[in-house]
Design a protein around this ligand. Sequence first.
Ligand code: ATP
Ligand code: MG
Length: 418
Amino acid sequence: MIAEIIAVGSEMLTPHRQDTNSLFLTAELNDLGVQVAFKTIVGDHLSRLILSIRIALTRTDVLILSGGLGPTEDDLTREAVASALSLEIQRDNDLIAALYKRFAVRKIPMSPNNEKQADVVAGAIILPNKNGSAPGQFLDVVYEGHRKIVILLPGPPKELKPLFENECRRRLASILPPRFIARRFLRIALVPESIIDAKAAPIYKQYEDVETTILAHTAEIQLHLLCAKPSLAEAQARVDELAEKLENALGESVFSATGMPLEEVVILLLGMKELTLATAESCTGGLVAERLTSVPNSSSAFSGGSVVYTNELKSIFADVPHELIERHGAVSPETTRALAEGIRRRTGASLGLGVTGLAGPGGGAPGPDAERPIGRVYIAIADGRQTTLTELNIPGDRERIRWWASQNALDQIRRKLL
Ligand code: ATP
Ligand code: MG
């Protein structure tokens, strides 16, 4: 079973408004085992709307339209659906009465054009809308010899969502063949998408019944696996099997096979090893600490950290000798090592992290730092026996450099703890 969503409204063909209803509807349909094959946005234009509906009916089993159910001239969805399906429009007397009552309760006169909202496509089930005046409509029809479900929903998300949840979900589930969805979500840090795909594609291509989607984020690749089957156990077995093969092929770079965020994995690993971490961050301004503290109960593993932005604070909070900074620069292997070692000593944590870098857009301060390019980042991790140091050259803007640096620091700590 496949579906199409048509978002109706000229405003969504401007740069100012986006169709978000289809995102909600897609998630709901996926949960019912229905894949969304097409999404269309059409302006408030009768003949174009009829054309889009006809095209959708030729290529999908379920069609959901959102918007264009209001009282104004440009609300044309009912008319267009009726015309595309060659069905009559009937004005429903009970709905008219309900509309008048709705206005009376609010003590405002109802203009006659509101009566249009009582128009029903012949044969449609009326879906009562508690949050607005236009009801939804549910059609189970035969179009050119094929069974089609056509659903009309109001555009405002606060009306569409409850209407789908309360009136459509169960109806659809009873019509559609039983489908259960299993999902897995693998996350990989710092490896380019092309490298991941070169390793992963030969494997996931063997699983045609599992939908594999690769999403690229800054310093992270996500592999989303989805499988729909008549039983949950069957679907789960397929995604689990594929996830395991992918994990084996991609190795240590997979930081989570269940969707867990990197910072949570780090906290978990620290806890398992009964270790603690303290941070001294310069260019990331506390981003590593912020990410770690977003994990509930992280205090057992993350002691805390300092934002050591100026040279003075690097000395005050992490005992970095002033002369060392003078000689090598603030963004230097030497200073970063000293930060990691200093914060570890000062806090008594098992591990110390130091991060320095030039996030731009301006260059480094006069002296040794002026020689270093924007995007240069140093990361040091001290464990009391040795201190590892990594030099990165991260392309992109300030936000990207800072995020990438935090991701690299967290992933290095994770790998160290494996
Ligand atoms: P109304 O009775 O409010 O006119 P309607 O069913 O006619 O409802 P529209 O007029 O098409 O719906 O849209 C009303 C409002 O709903 C829009 O201004 C917009 O804010 C929101 N909306 C419509 N379609 C979408 C969509 N696909 N995604 C997100 N918001 C939408
Ligand atoms: Mg409208």
